[in-house]
Design a protein around this ligand. Structure first.
Ligand SMILES: Nc1ncnc2c1ncn2[C@@H]1O[C@H](COP(=O)(O)OP(=O)(O)OP(=O)(O)O)[C@@H](O)[C@H]1O
Ligand SMILES: O=P(O)(O)OC[C@H]1O[C@](O)(CO)[C@@H](O)[C@@H]1O
Ligand SMILES: [Mg+2]
Length: 529
């Protein structure tokens, strides 16, 4: 049997076969813009399934083999085993300096193991990746490996402090960098990484300014970080360190890591940043450097595979509701009022779907994963007309990546190679205006675009907790000697995952999932196809 880590092309073929067999639909056409990336290998295809890797093996599995499940599990555990510094070096661990219980307000971490009791995570501790057993491939949101939807346990490594560590804390220089767009909670994660590093006994902590750019731009100095510096940064949104897209080459970044004598790099960012972090990890490995690269997934879009959610997403949804509420009030106070709110979500509709669900004020939710037509019978405009005639008002929530096929395409990309999208909100506003003018029905249309407002704010309570745990676990992962990994929550448990597994495909809303169906129930919208 071929390994599950076979190429993405084989993977796509397998997935297409799978889709024919199980009547899944592949939305690959909607993700063509990802091909414009400089490193398209990791981000080529989209999928509805949560654990794509398991599905991908299907065409290569002989289900008549009585051991097929065991084979999958073996492949799975190989695929999810965490890269470690000792894969290339011969390092001896030492007892940890971290204690889950401090003796003083800030434990100095002088190199002694102060608490020999429990509280540490064993390298063989595992969390279950999937907890649903489907009866049939046609069950809502089903992810099945074989036609009988057999149960195949898949375990991933638990995050947390280990009893043995691979660095002398007092000798460590640790760096933190924040890349991509802003996201609520970046400062909470930075703060927590610094506090946890200090708890281990690290004295030399720096911030790299403005994303990967800060590694190589001579005008951007390293920012020294300590608990005094980060104490209150979580009270504000944004990133203390600044963010950016684009930047220097991987080898230039690794040259800089070497020149700056950095031992640990904590990289906060989305799927692009993680692809970069993994490339940096590989380059460090190639050069046999004792440097650990740890990712912390940041994206309000929530488009990272395998994780329950990424930090900032909850806050973005909460903020989005303010815009929806304003649109609702405007629409309901006007004669034949129509409110349109456009929310972020370049290639997925999680924010739009969750904000629609949580507000309960949305009549039509449009996301990139679900094609819709505007004109004609069963079109959005016809339904809108019906809502105005029967209810007198309507509110639409549209994700920025939705309906891109209606807009003229440009090949423009941002500095990171992400496609620049057309403005679907403005387009909808114009089309609706024209439609009601043509049918001679008055309509008062208000368009709200809260794009940057939903991400330039501080994290809400639930995101702040998530950030705190992610920041702490990132540091534990680095001291445990892992590299090229990221940390997140799977089925409520904090785990470590190899970076390639979480960025193999951008996560997207499954139109066959219970969540999307719940959204449809809540809005009452018909199928616009
Ligand atoms: N495939 C890749 N390989 C190496 N570096 C990459 C890759 N994709 C993106 N990067 C780098 O990662 C950084 C951030 O990427 P990007 O702008 O795509 O944001 P992101 O991490 O996906 O976050 P967001 O969710 O805000 O889009 C940039 O500096 C970019 O150059
Ligand atoms: O304007 P910027 O900084 O490129 O960010 C916009 C992008 O950020 C994202 O929210 C991803 O973080 C996308 O949905 C959106 O297209
Ligand atoms: Mg991205």
């Amino acid at each position: 049997m071929t390994s599950v880590s076979s190429s993405n092309n084989i993977a796509l073929v397998a997935l297409k076969k799978q889709s024919r067999h199980f009547k899944l639909q592949l939305p690959s056409f909607r993700f063509n813009h990802l091909k414009s990336r400089r490193f398209e290998g990791t981000l080529k295809h989209a999928s509805y399934v949560k654990d794509v890797s398991a599905i991908l093996t299907k065409s290569e599995i002989d289900f008549k083999d009585p051991n097929w499940k065991q084979r999958i599990q073996e492949d799975f555990s190989k695929q999810y085993s965490l890269p470690h510094l000792n894969d290339i070096l011969d390092l001896k661990p030492r007892p940890t300096t971290f204690t889950p219980k401090s003796r003083g307000p800030l434990d100095e971490g002088n190199g002694e193991l102060k608490d020999k009791g429990d509280g540490y995570v064993h390298d063989d501790d595992r969390a279950l990746l999937k907890v649903l057993k489907f009866a049939s491939p046609s069950s809502a949101g089903a992810e099945c490996i074989d036609p009988d939807c057999s149960w195949v346990e898949q375990w991933v490594q638990r995050a947390g402090p280990r009893k043995e560590i691979y660095y002398e804390p007092v000798e460590v220089k640790a760096a933190i960098v924040t890349c991509g767009g802003l996201c609520p909670g970046l400062n909470d994660v930075i703060r927590q990484i610094v506090l946890t590093l200090e708890k281990y006994g690290v004295k030399n902590i720096v911030g790299i300014q403005y994303g990967f750019r800060g590694f190589c731009d001579q005008s951007l100095r390293e920012l020294p970080l300590s608990h005094q510096v980060v104490q209150n940064i979580n009270l504000a949104g944004g990133s203390l360190l600044g963010v950016s897209r684009g930047g220097p080459s991987v080898s230039a970044i690794v040259d800089s890591i070497k020149a700056k004598a950095i031992d640990m790099v904590f990289v906060l960012g989305g799927n692009g940043t993680h692809a970069g972090a993994y490339a940096i990890h590989n380059e460090c490995r190639k050069r046999k450097m004792k440097v650990t690269i740890i990712g912390v997934p940041k994206t309000i879009d929530n488009d990272i595979q395998l994780m329950d959610k990424t930090f900032g997403f909850d806050t973005a949804v909460e903020e989005a509701q303010r815009a929806i509420n304003s649109a609702y009030i405007e629409a309901h106070s006007a004669y034949h009022g129509i409110g349109i709110v456009k929310l972020m979500g370049r290639s997925c509709g999680f924010i739009a779907m969750h904000a629609s669900l949580s507000s309960g004020q949305i009549d039509i939710c449009l996301i990139p994963e679900v094609p819709f037509k505007l004109e004609g019978p069963n079109g959005v405009l016809q339904h809108l007309e019906h809502l105005i005639r029967t209810n007198g008002s309507a509110v639409i929530c549209v994700a920025e990546g939705a309906g891109q096929e209606f807009l003229s395409k440009s090949n423009a990309t941002d500095a990171s190679g992400n496609a620049m999208l057309g403005d679907i909100g403005v387009y909808m506003q114009q089309q609706i205006k024209m439609h009601f003018k043509n049918i001679g029905l008055p309509a008062d249309i208000k368009y709200i675009d809260p794009t940057y407002m939903v991400r330039a704010c501080r994290a809400n309570a639930s995101d702040a907790i998530l950030c705190t745990l992610l920041g702490q676990n990132a540091v534990h992962g680095a001291f445990a000697g892992f590299s090229g990994i990221t940390t997140g929550v799977c089925n409520t448990h904090h785990v470590y995952l190899p970076i390639p597994e979480v960025i193999r495909f951008p996560k997207s809303v499954n139109p066959n999932s219970r969540m999307w169906h719940r959204c449809l129930t809540s809005t009452g919208q018909p199928d616009f196809q």
